[in-house]
Ligand binder design. Sequence first.
Ligand code: ARG
Length: 462
Amino acid sequence: MSNKMWGGRFETAPDAIMEEINASIGFDYRFASQDIRGSRAHVAMLAKTGIISTSDAEAIDSGLEEIGREIEAGSFTFSRALEDIHMNVESRLTDLKGANAGRLHTARSRNDQVALDFRLWVRDAIDQLDGQLKELQTILAHRALEFAGAVMPGFTHLQSAQPVTLGHHLLAYVEMMARDRSRFADARRRLNECPLGAAALAGTSFPIDREMTAKALGFDRPTANSLDSVSDRDFVLETLSAAAICAVHLSRFAEEFVLWTTPQFGFVRLSDKFTTGSSIMPQKRNPDAAELVRGKSGRIIGALNGLMIVMKGLPLAYSKDMQEDKEGTFDSLHSLSLCLAAMAGMVRDFVPDLDRMRAAAGSGYSIATDLADWLVRALSLPFRQAHHVTGTLVRIASERQIGLEELSLSDMQGVEPRITAEVFSVLGVESSVASRTSYGGTAPVNVRRQAKRWIAQLQSTT
Ligand code: ARG
């Protein structure tokens, strides 16, 4: 008995375990539409160049179209014995159109076919993620405008540092997401070359037109080296890397929601839609969605790491190890998409407790820098000396467990005699943030301007 896929060279069918370890149809069925699209472009090119007859090409094309419909309708039967999506489609094509269907695979190999399908799939996934990132940026920018003047504590080392505004904080993530989008766009630009026609590894002796298929499939150009075309997975690594960095941003943001929603912080209330209760503790409102966004960064980073390790020892050109490139990628990009959707939901309807945020903004001597800056401006003290004077005043206030603004003028003059009552005008959180008008600073005027700039920019670009 010969093998049903490899024919004459083989005498027996594969072992059941061989079939199990070898098959990729369980996950690469997701390439169905890309596979059919690629094959249709290939067959049109084979006809145009005279490599196969127009009538064979037409029969193959209509068969592929029909298979596409069957898959979409859910009536297609995928077979594990046929290994992967490429063989499944081809086998069905033979059922439908007879032996001439076998002409489709002229001047082509599954090696360039899978490289093509994966590029097409990743390209679509990037476009979808970009749309989601843009959506999240838009929601963030609107909420930033809403809270441009809402004072909250800014932290370094998670210790109260200086007051900032909630709007400013939210816009920080808009900036991060702009860089995420630009990393994805960059990966997309580099991946947009067509590997079809590289065949198994060495190119082909048939007079194919690679420009034609590249153009038909929306690529900028064909890839230039056939060995590289079938062995390169940089386009996946770059995309997974962009995904991992984006997931890290979302994870940090999610962590802030987790902190902010604790009763101890009490800065934010997430809506019921993104919160769960406890089956034993009736008082609990757990930020599960935020925790899961934070947690899913693990598998997203893991997918990048996993594929780096798969690739690092592979000699040119294709090795079957590379079949391991898919599941992690599907999981990573799907998880990221879910995280973006969950974050968008949380950001859209979280309710900040502005009074608590404002009160916390003033605690921990967060306006000490404003006092030091005033000493520099009003008394021309060198900053280091102003820092020292302010430090002494913070110590006195903290010994008495009062705020800096609660010290009397004579308390202050006891440390630096030239201090005047004017100093009290800078000792509030509102005046503190309002004064930070340097470019990129937290002043509400800046935040309003930046939020509006983002909203306009996001509206006007695709
Ligand atoms: N299922 C394979 C993969 O995903 C397709 C390419 C197979 N090529 C080969 N020479 N066996 O990598």
